[in-house]
Design a protein around this ligand. Structure first.
Ligand SMILES: Cc1cc2nc3c(=O)[nH]c(=O)nc-3n(C[C@H](O)[C@H](O)[C@H](O)COP(=O)(O)O)c2cc1C
Length: 211
């Protein structure tokens, strides 16, 4: 199936079949797609939590405005981003990159100095707005990879971030939640959204050509 056909096939699943579990090798591919996502300056400002603990999934329904997909899905992915930029985070990402590329550490000092001069004077909130954007790119990659494997997924930002962070102990890790992505298999007969047409504005309206 082409990527476009795959994207036509997928939809934001509202009801999961609780009896079907996603194979671990497929879960790894879905996470790998997020790991391979491009990020601003290559800093990889987000992490993915893979939750299978049923007790925790059930607890998370309450902080997700009662959305039961959180507990009914096979695996619950949580995308969480750096709560703020720090000198250490920027340096360590670039030290890692130069090591992987067998370049001398400090090779990109003028660039990292520039990044620090932009991000470090900003408020924590401004920093998080930027780091959170990176998580959205990763989630999009995961959704596409899941769909290619005929695995359903529901992008979610309908939850109380602070409460979720507390339940998952994210603060101490210097992370804040951005998105959730339940994955699993649709319960077609009970999902009101499964048979509805995909709604997208026409291409002519979507694309603005500047010639
Ligand atoms: C960032 C984001 C947040 C979303 N949050 C939720 C959510 O909390 N619960 C939900 O059921 N759907 C959520 N959705 C699903 C959208 O409503 C859905 O993707 C949109 O209506 C388009 O439909 P489709 O994905 O089925 O093509 C979210 C989608 C995105 C991209």
């Amino acid at each position: 199936m082409s990527l476009i056909d795959t994207l036509q096939w997928r939809y934001a699943t509202k009801k999961y079949d609780t009896t079907k579990k996603v194979d671990e090798a497929d879960v790894q591919k879905i996470v790998e797609a997020a790991r391979l996502a491009p990020t601003s300056s290559g800093l990889q400002q987000f992490r993915v939590l893979v939750i299978t603990n049923q007790e925790i999934k059930e607890k998370l329904v309450d902080v997700s405005f009662g959305q039961e997909i959180v507990k009914d899905c096979s695996h619950l992915l949580v995308f969480a981003s750096w709560d703020k930029y720090t000198e250490e985070r920027i340096d360590s990402a670039f030290d890692f990159a130069t090591d992987v590329r067998e370049l001398p550490r400090g090779r990109f000092n003028s660039y990292t100095d520039k990044l620090k001069s932009i991000y470090l004077p900003q408020s924590q909130e401004e920093n998080f707005i930027h780091t959170a954007k990176q998580a959205y790119i990763g989630m999009a990659m995961s959704i596409a990879q899941a769909a290619e494997l005929k695995i359903d997924a529901t992008p979610m930002e309908g939850f109380e971030n602070d409460k979720l962070d507390e339940i998952l102990g994210l603060k101490i890790k210097g992370l804040s939640s951005v998105l959730m992505l339940p994955i699993g298999y649709r319960d077609e007969g009970n999902d009101w959204n499964a048979s509805l047409n995909k709604v997208r504005i026409p291409t002519e309206e979507f694309v603005l050509e500047i010639k």
